[in-house]
Design a binder for this molecule. Structure first.
Ligand code: ASN
Length: 303
């Protein structure tokens, strides 16, 4: 690795450390309880109706006679936890064995950490307001780290919420089906992409079937997706209905479904990747450039 890259990596890791501190402080200040992550579970996030279009497989471990999966995300566990504790967040390590060709997107890793949070009885607007407050706070707090940014010839990015909002239908009309990169390049501040057909746990608007109460935040300047989240399907019958439409194998989700049957509370939340945030703040060409231990799809693992 050339000398300059090593120096840059050190600075980027220091910026990453500041971001972790600011972020956890923010969620604590907002009354959230920080939980420790789980990395194995009897069910995990299916990742879209067709995980095969993105990941090679979800790793499985047989332990003590039980089949366990590594976490694609902790969404299913968040729905269980939020019943007991109304506001939770987790720095959650996720393993997603992305296809090697995904290296080219610059934003995919096969191992990363997201700050994942969930709030009982919350709505879409509550999460959007919370995240806009978070990004404004992040900009203010990062002013204290100006000298660090100067080492890589940057200034801390000024997030200026409220961010623009579009439905994904509007974005598709303007930029085509693969709107994310073009729309991101066309903006100088993050923007919300609303109403996107995704996993079964994102709530469908019952008054407008085919519409979803979810939200992605997209970074500007070509950096793409920052965050995804939603109000959740919490009623057992609706969950099984959505799983059926996605042709998911119910028995894989039995433990989760048992919890749903016992009763979930309405909730909303989101998750955002820590490495993607640091990549954006440091304008790095690949998200792996901000990791101490690179986990880039298709790349040889050194350590
Ligand atoms: N964390 C996301 C959410 O809260 C789910 C994901 O990572 N796929 O909706």
């Amino acid at each position: 690795m050339p000398e300059g890259d090593l120096k840059d990596l050190k600075t980027k890791l220091e910026i990453g450390s500041a971001v972790l501190r600011i972020s956890t402080d923010f969620f604590h200040d907002q009354g959230f309880v920080q939980l420790l992550p789980v990395m194995l579970g009897r069910s995990t996030d299916p990742l879209g109706p067709d995980p095969g279009s993105m990941i090679v497989k979800t790793p499985e471990v047989e332990y003590n006679g039980t089949l366990l999966y590594t976490m694609n995300s902790m969404i299913l566990h968040k729905q269980v936890a939020v019943k007991k504790l109304g506001r939770i967040f987790i720095l959650s390590p996720n393993i997603r064995l992305e296809k090697p060709e995904r290296k080219a997107t610059g934003k995919h890793l096969f191992e990363f950490t997201q700050l994942d949070f969930e709030i009982s009885d919350a709505k879409k607007e509550d999460v959007i307001a919370l995240m806009e407050k978070y990004f404004a706070t992040l900009s203010n707090e990062l002013q204290k780290y100006k000298e660090l940014f100067a080492k890589i010839d940057l200034e801390p990015f000024m997030f200026r919420p409220p961010f623009a909002r579009y439905t994904t239908h509007e974005l598709e009309r303007k930029y085509g089906k693969e709107w994310e990169l073009a729309a991101s390049k066309d903006h100088s501040q993050p923007f919300w992409a609303l109403c996107h057909k995704r996993e079964f746990y994102d709530k469908e608007d019952e008054s407008e079937p085919g519409h979803y109460l979810n939200y992605d935040l997209i970074y500007p300047l070509g950096f793409g997706e920052a965050l995804s989240g939603a109000e959740r399907e919490h009623a057992y019958g609706r969950i099984t209905g959505r799983m059926g439409k996605d042709k998911l194998e119910m028995k894989v989700y039995q433990a989760y479904l048992d919890e749903a049957k016992a009763g979930f509370v309405p909730s909303a939340g989101a998750g955002f990747g820590m490495e993607r945030l640091v990549r954006f703040l440091t304008r790095s060409s690949h998200v792996g450039d901000v990791q101490m231990f690179r986990r880039v799809p298709g790349e040889e693992i050194r350590v």
